[in-house]
Design a binder for this molecule. Sequence first.
Ligand code: SAH
Length: 243
Amino acid sequence: MPNAPIFILIEPQMGENIGASARAMLNCGITELRIVNPRDGWPSEKAHAMSSGALDIMPPVQIFENVKDAIRDCHTVYSTAALPRTMVKPVMTPRAAVRDMVEHAQNHEKIAVLFGRERSGLSNEEIALSHALISIPVNPEFSSLNLAQAALLIGYEWRMMADQTPPVDIPMGKSFPATQKDFDDVMTRLENELTQHGFFRVDEMKDLMKQNIRNMFMRAQPTDQEIKTFHGIITALLGKKLK
Ligand code: SAH
């Protein structure tokens, strides 16, 4: 995974929110947390309790006196706010922002995301220090999220983007999903042999049963190799020697 962004909380007021943010970060594999002037000081018992162990696993939180110092070594900076301010600054959804972040991170840049105070968010001066603003598009009538929940949503988008694991993965080795013709051939052969061996005792049920059998194997979506094995099974059950 490319370099994870650094999350920077600006003057957070509640230790609980710091702890919950740390937990959300580590959930998403983001481990570098910086804090500018935490209101109730640092370390914070409430933050540690709320982090559920995350703060013990993550590298020590770095504390700064002002935002400029906190972002001094960073190359690309994003700010976050519920409502886009009147400022000439790209406003991005988290998805667009993390796409951008991954590009910068692949360039070995240090990326920072600034989060504001619970009560008043980030000031315009602080937002002006960033290259772009991330606004999470929730209900426009009620768009202010809890600090840690905003951190989670952005962290999660980063994880989804940076983690190239496909959502569903079936390692297939050298085989490939069977073509519909190969699937149909083996099903037709099975039906014919079942007919010959008196499996379909009630004529009216025959079509429905055929359908059920096909559905059952359809769900398995056999590979070309598995279809060959299936042919082999039928041959063996018929008492014929396998070639
Ligand atoms: N009343 C403040 C709310 C701050 S909420 C304000 O209007 O800005 C605390 C922090 O959570 C914000 O500063 C921001 O960093 C983050 N946040 C909350 N809701 C957000 C949203 N919809 N999009 C992006 N960040 C959000």
